[in-house]
Ligand binder design. Structure first.
Ligand SMILES: NC(=O)c1ccc[n+]([C@@H]2O[C@H](COP(=O)([O-])OP(=O)(O)OC[C@H]3O[C@@H](n4cnc5c(N)ncnc54)[C@H](O)[C@@H]3O)[C@@H](O)[C@H]2O)c1
Length: 366
């Protein structure tokens, strides 16, 4: 069957908008037609390289007749409003994670998606990495037996650059906080196990981030309707790095270790099979190499490592499937992780407020 290329506009021409636009440019099934950014010079620069026109007013994306899909790669707090406007105009939207940074916004986007002719896809890129997708499909097929337990971790020492005090990635009010900004493993857990019925979060280990002091460790337990339980760990202050995702059932367990780029299946403690996170050894080598390096958030203008490009290529295949009316892992449970993350962040916030009140001088001696 012959398909015409998907006509794409990219909203946000910073670090990840650049990655998405250039990946689409290199893919025969996508045609990059427009780049939009509030920073007109940045939009022009990327549009020039992508062979597209530059737009500085995001409202033009909703009315343009030559755009099928808008890819949103702007700061997290802007995602929900932009996504809703485009869905309401009938466009399909691929929005970078997190879908939203409040529960109200996540639910409002879902309501807009239900009424739209367009499709809603969220950039949960780890789902699309071939080795992780296979793990998920095994879990879903029943090959692991009844699912009992999950584990997800992303712990590393994230360096904060000098002079980045006002950077949106370090500002909870614009990033949504660590649990939402780094939502990938929380998403994998809720994708496999579904909506949690119970969430308990402990956050702490404060460290200076820009002009603020932020909790650098979040530990969250989740319980699901089936009775399965999962544990999620996120740290930006860990000198011993860890980056894993594991699902255990009554018959077998599968664990993806992203630092070694290997996925292993265990039965009774013995490894019975293993495969790569990526099908390409170059991508696996790049993932291993970059997880050994000093970790920091990417700034606009940075070029991501090769494994990230390979991940985006896998993601484009899932986007393409969705746009052609086929199954896609990116269409599933778009908001569940955000709702879980928002609840977890609210618990952390409430605990901070109580600690503040209890240490208040007004209560001294009470
Ligand atoms: N999937 C991944 O692995 C991954 C990796 C990096 C970033 N991201 C996501 O991509 C998104 C963008 O991150 P980034 O690293 O590219 O950030 P960035 O700061 O490098 O780029 C953001 C761009 O958006 C523009 N912008 C800001 N507000 C805008 C608005 N209202 N309308 C139009 N343009 C606006 C800025 O001028 C900037 O060019 C974030 O949501 C982030 O979470 C995802």
């Amino acid at each position: 069957m012959h398909f015409t290329p998907i006509r794409v506009a990219v909203l946000g021409s910073g670090f990840f908008g650049n990655t998405l636009a250039m990946a689409c440019k290199d893919h025969d099934d996508f045609d990059v037609v427009a780049i939009c950014d509030l920073d007109a010079a940045s939009a022009h620069e990327l549009a020039g390289r992508a062979g597209a026109r530059a737009i500085s007013d995001p409202a033009e994306l909703a009315t343009a007749t030559d755009i099928d899909l808008v890819m949103i790669a702007t700061p997290n707090h802007t995602h929900a409003t932009a996504t809703m406007a485009l869905l309401q105009a009938g466009k399909s939207v691929f929005v970078e994670k997190p879908l939203a940074i409040t529960a109200e916004d996540a639910l409002a986007v879902m309501a807009a998606a239900a009424l739209s002719e367009g499709r809603l896809l969220v950039g949960h890129v780890e789902r699309t990495m071939p080795g992780i997708k296979r793990l998920f499909l095994e879990a879903r097929s029943g090959a692991l037996g009844t699912l009992l337990e999950g584990y997800g971790s992303r712990s590393r020492l994230v360096h904060v650059p000098e002079g980045a005090e006002d950077w949106w990635k370090l500002d909870r009010s614009r990033s949504g906080g660590e649990l939402l900004h780094e939502i990938h493993e929380l998403d994998l857990l809720t994708w496999v196990f579904g909506e949690p019925v119970e969430i308990r979060t402990t956050a702490g280990a404060p460290r200076p981030v820009g002009t603020r002091v932020e909790d650098s460790v979040h530990k969250t337990t989740l319980k699901f309707a089936s009775g399965a339980v999962a544990y999620h760990e996120l740290s930006t202050s860990a000198h011993v790095p860890d980056w894993k995702f594991r699902v255990s059932g009554t018959e077998a367990a599968v664990e993806a270790d992203l630092r070694t780029a290997v996925v292993r299946r265990f039965v009774d403690g013995v490894v019975t099979e293993q495969w790569g996170i990526f099908d390409s050894e170059r991508a696996n080598d790049s993932l291993r190499e970059s997880s050994q390096k000093k970790q920091s958030y990417n700034a606009a203008g940075a070029v991501g490592p090769y494994w990230m490009q390979a991940a985006v290529e896998s993601e484009l295949l899932e986007i393409l499937a969705a746009m052609r009316g086929q199954d896609s892992v990116l269409l599933e449970s778009p908001a569940t992780a955000v709702l879980a993350g928002v609840e977890a962040m609210a618990q952390a916030e409430a605990a901070r407020a109580v600690a503040k009140i209890e240490s208040s001088p007004a209560l001294a001696g009470v």
